[in-house]
Design a protein around this ligand. Sequence first.
Ligand SMILES: [Zn+2]
Length: 250
Amino acid sequence: MVVAEDIRCSHCGAPVEFTPGEIVATCKYCGFTTVVETGQVFNFEHSLLLNRYDETQIEESIRDWMRSGFLKPSNLAKKARITEKSLVYLPFWVVSIEAKSIYKGIFERITPSIVKEGTIEKEYNWLVLAREATEFPTREYDVPLEGKMPYDFRRIEGFAQILNSEIEKDEATELAKQQIEAHHRFLLQQDVDKIVEMKTDFNVKQAVYLHAPIWFIKYDYRGESYQLLIDGATGTAIKGDIPQKGFGIL
Ligand SMILES: [Zn+2]
């Protein structure tokens, strides 16, 4: 953590704390967000999803997840030992965007093969994680956007960690476009076997900076350590490691 003496919160005047690589930083004293490089006020919409669980309550969500689904060992909820429960507010850019791909491809599943043309037109709230190195399964996180409210530092728990953005709005928008284009190519595979050409046009409506509460859980089961991520707004599991079912009785 670096405290830049020359960068002060534009609202309360406290030194702004950040780690190298972070480009926007939120003041821990007043919740104001500042652009690190310039010291200017960050003037995009900054939103927050509220966490609804404390360390005891989240345990129930963990056990619920352990009990659910036939892939898990039947005694998992009973035998697993939870070794870590950390609440982290992860920064995201939510890019509201319209995307229209016009394509031409070859359908080879019949003989003779035929040329197909078509359009994929969709609207997204595309989520881009605003960290370079953090491992997070963004595509598997169904972010509950309907619950977002303006960022309010008073609603952040004292024990929680808040990560700042390392990615600028424009960069996030570019990433969203690339990822959507790749997604459309993926969708196209259902319709054609070979893509001859595809052109995607985008209409970016807005990009919102969002902090979302994620519980990082670690648990031990039969001597191995596993990870689980839980959405703190809804209590649902985002992704979790599942121990292999034991065969036999040993
Ligand atoms: Zn401040």
